[in-house]
Every structure is written in C-alpha cells, then in structure tokens.
Design a protein. Sequence first.
Length: 535
Amino acid sequence: MSKNLGLRSAIYAILTIVALIYLVPTFSSNLPDWWSKALILPTEKVKLGLDLQGGMRLVMEVQVDKAVESELELLTEEIKDSLREKKIKYADIKLNSTKGIDLTLLKDEDMVSFQALQSSLYPDYVVVQGQKTENGRVVSMNMKPAAILALEKSATDQAKETISTRIDQYGLREPEVTADTDKHRILIQLPGEKDPDRAINIIKKTALLEFKLVDEENNVEDAIKGNIPVGDEVLYMVDRNTGGETTKTPLLVKKRTSLTGEYITDAKVNLDSTDGRTGVSLSFNDKGARIFEKITGENVNKRLAIILDNTIYSAPNISEKISGGEARITGNFTSDEANDLRIVLKAGALKAPVKILERRTVGASLGQDSINKGIKSMIIGGALVVLFMVVYYGFAGFIADLALILNTIFITAGLALFGATLTLPGLAGMILMIGMAVDTNVLIYERTREELRLGKTLRMAIDTGYAKTMVTIIDTHVTTFIAGMVLFQFGTGPVKGFAVTLTIGLVANFLTAIFITRVAFDYLIIERKWKKISI
C-alpha cells in the first residue's frame, strides 16, 4: 500500500473508532467502572430534546415594572437618610406614577441643596420642580428613560442567570434557558422533568430573604384593625404541625430591613439535634457577618424575624451577640421543602417576579412515540436510498452506502461530542443529510460515467470525476453550512434543533462522501489493481 494511501486510511480509521467510542454511552446504559474513571473516555450520551424525551416547556415574562418599583422603594429609604444628613426638611415623600418619587420640601431655599444632592448621588434621575402647596414645594425626581431600560434589561438577565442556577442545583439534566431581553421573556425547557409543579415553584419563587426586628412595644391586635404604628407593618408567621395543618400568627415588624439575603454565600439543609426539625442553615460573607453581628449585639433580648417573600418563617429571640456569620431558618419543613428553600436562597433572589405566559408538558410516551416514528422514517428512507444506489450504480453504489452509514455514525457522535441536543426537527435534519450525502456521490458518479464514455481509463475517469465536481460540491456545502449557522444563531427551539444536525451533518458528509469513498476507490484501483468497477 502506498504511503499516502496508508496514511489517509489510518486517519479515517481513527476517526471512525473515535466516533464509535463517543456513541458507547448512548447505546450502553451500564458503563463499567474503569470506563467512568478514565478521564479521556466520554461519559455523556446524546441528549434528547423535549419533543423526544418528554418534559416541560415554559415561557415566562419578567415583570420588570416591579424591578423599577423596588428600585424606587430603595431610593425612597436612601433619600430620607440623605435629606437628614444634609438637614433638608421635607413634609412628605412617596412614589409617583412616572417612574420616580415625589417629595415636598418645606423651604424653597432648600431646592438648590436638593438639586446638588441629586446631581452628586443620583445622576440617573432628573429633578422637576412642581407647584407650591400649603405644605411646601412639590419636587419630582424621575428616573431617566435610559436608566429604566438598563434596569429592565438587568432584571431580565439576572432572572435568566438566577433561574439557570436554580435549575442546575435542582439536579435537572440537559435544561435549556434562553432570554429575550427586548420582550423581557425567558424560555425554559426541562427535558425529562417528572414533577413540573415543584419545578415551577422553585423557578417562580422570588426568594427575597429579609431580617427585620419584631416590634413588641406596640399591640399587634390594634395594628390588624388598621392602627399600624409609623415605620411598622403586619406580617404573618406560618407554622405547620406534624399533621400538615398550618396556622398563621400575625406579628408586628419594623418596615426597615436590617439584613437581606444578598450576603448569603451558602445554604444547607440540616436537622435540629434538640427537636429533630428540618431547617436551613445560612452562611454570610464577611460584610453580612459584620452586619448580622452588629444587629444581634445591639438588640439582645429582642426578636428577629426571618422573612422570605413577606412570610415569616421564624422569629427567634436574640439571647446574645452572634458572631461567625451563620443563621438558621426553621419551620417544620419536609425534606423536599427544605431542599427547595436551600436552592432558591443559594441561587439568590429575583429582582423582579416572573409570570407564566405559556406552559406545555410533553409526556414521555409521546416523546418515545416520536423517537420510534423518526427512527422508522430514517430506516425506511435510508433503505430506499441504499437500494437505489446499489441497483443504479452497482458496486460504486455499495461504496456510497458504506459512506452513508459512516455519515450517520459521525453525525450522532458529533451530537455527543459537542453536547448538542437531538430534537424531532433534528431527526428530520438527519434524514435530509441522507439525501444530501447521496446527492454528492451522484454528482461524482455521473461525471465519472461521462469520462468513461470518452474512453478514459477507470483511474483517470475517477480522478476527473472527483476533481471536476469538487467546486460544485464545496459551493453547495459552504452555502448550506452558512444557512445552517444563521438558523442556529437566530433560531429558537425546533429551528435550532434542525440547524444543529444540519451543520454537523454537512461536515460529516463532506468527509465521508468525498474523502472516504475516494480512499476506497484508490485502494481497489491502486492496491488491488481493479480495471473495472460498475458505476
């Protein structure tokens, strides 16, 4: 065998062996221990999409107006402190309906000081001077449109990242989370999910964790009747007994948040050694630990309410200053509830709540039915193509059929190698590639037939057949490849699934239909000295 032919044969043989190795996890559910421990051997099988595996598809909308509202509420508290520091007196401060806040300055001469305060500390806002009232001068501080757009985009991006983190910690395999920041929507696909309601609960939970002091000086009963002290609010502590019944106890707490969950670095589920109740232990970063230590040190013998999404989970008494930056939430959780709480706390809170616009569940049986029909159509279509090639082109058609089988192996191995997801449109793409693979060989064979009719030898005819059709083949593959990349970049769902197998299939087809078939012909003509091959 010539050196060049031997080298080419060795390269293609190695590629085929590697492709088969990458398919082992897909077709073998029980891999030996030595396989899993070997770092160079693949362990990931071909991922199946939602339409093939079954599962859940969600389209969620981020309520960005809530993010803007939350930002303004924080601004209101901050600006109160700033006004006190600058000794600027005001009568009232509240949110307005134009993406900003309204405040009433008691003195007109404070207007200059307030504008200086705004320009130095709040450059994303503009000040609009309003009318003079009996209480003072009304001033509006409105958020700039560019700042609103940036905040809305940030809320959508943060929601995507937080939801992705929650899904990863939930333990789901092969999830897909994509965001459309212009429409503030998030597409979530969870293949194989068997408990959609629990997954939705984890995804939707805002998970705003707050620590607030309990007001034990005022009467909570009076507050429930509407007589709420300034700076307080009524929240309910939910407790559940061993029978699963829940009770709600009203508590009067300070509106001002002493500490939030943004400082959490870790959350773990554990059991209380004294009462055996399941809880979640929290760890804070250095800044959070310092704040927590300061709060507990200044409020010994007072109660600190631990609040998640406006629900009090516990309100323990502070017996001493707590150092080390650790806290614990208890509440008679089940194991799943405690783990779900750990997930959302560790992943962080959403800046804005999300709303479900579309929910679709695909049953596993329907997915399996799609797989069966897809494989059946591939087998029937492939068998017809194989039969046609052998009947029409003889032994050369048999070589093309072998290349077609290798082409399918390379496409499937490529999906496993790149971690791509095989969808129902992806199966359609594989069937399309069967036709394209055969079309490539048809071009070569027809050109070779023309050369044979001119009286050329078999070797010269095959050389010319491959050489003369190469430009056309490259042109069709490159243009189709570009179209596939555009579909992959800008398409979603079914379109992207089709584009994945199309692009991988084009590369595989170029390798098998041109180079591998050429090696087969060269071997037969050069090494085996064949003078005739039915084409």
